[in-house]
Ligand binder design. Structure first.
Ligand SMILES: [Zn+2]
Length: 164
């Protein structure tokens, strides 16, 4: 901008050196100013339009990035599901017959054959039935109410039988 205004001043002083009639000088200076304002307007317009286009492009790019992010997270989710199926269903099993340790992929099965002794191992997915629990089963949290403190227990059992 300073180079531009330096040149502008030089041009004006050159005009002042040539035109001696003050009225003509004033007129020419005015017209030169008008002309330069015209060019400034054009430049400003161009700059505005360029900026507008850049903003539009940035906005579009942001939309594209958003879409890419959505696709990426969807892919990650799918990947997660796949790994879950591959990983989490590989169970470590200890054979109760021969103590052989092995891993097996189990999906919906409730028994599996031991590769060492060929005995069939039953898999208990659910906690032991309350009837079979002596209060010391692996999934036991509150089954130890064998004491006769509560008469309610007996009543509950009777209710259950009625329901059946
Ligand atoms: Zn075995």
């Amino acid at each position: 901008m300073s180079v531009l205004s330096d040149n502008y001043k030089r041009i004006v002083s050159e005009i002042e050196g040539k035109i001696t009639n003050p009225e003509e000088l004033e007129f020419v200076k005015e017209k030169v100013a008008e002309l330069s304002m015209l060019f400034m307007d054009i430049i400003d317009n161009l700059a505005d339009k360029t900026e507008e286009k850049i903003q539009q492009m940035e906005e579009k790019q942001k939309q594209i990035e958003d879409k890419i992010n959505m696709v990426e997270s969807a892919v990650n989710e799918i990947e997660g599901d796949i790994y879950e199926e591959d990983g989490n269903f590989d169970f470590e099993i200890v054979c109760p017959y021969c103590n052989y340790e092995f891993t097996a992929e189990i999906t919906g099965k409730d028994e599996i054959t031991c590769p060492e002794c060929n005995n069939i191992i039953e898999l208990d997915w659910n906690e032991e039935d309350e009837d079979g629990c002596t209060g010391h089963c692996s999934g036991c949290h509150g089954c130890e109410e064998d004491e006769d403190d509560f008469d309610e227990d007996e009543q509950d059992e009777e209710d259950n039988e009625d329901d059946m």
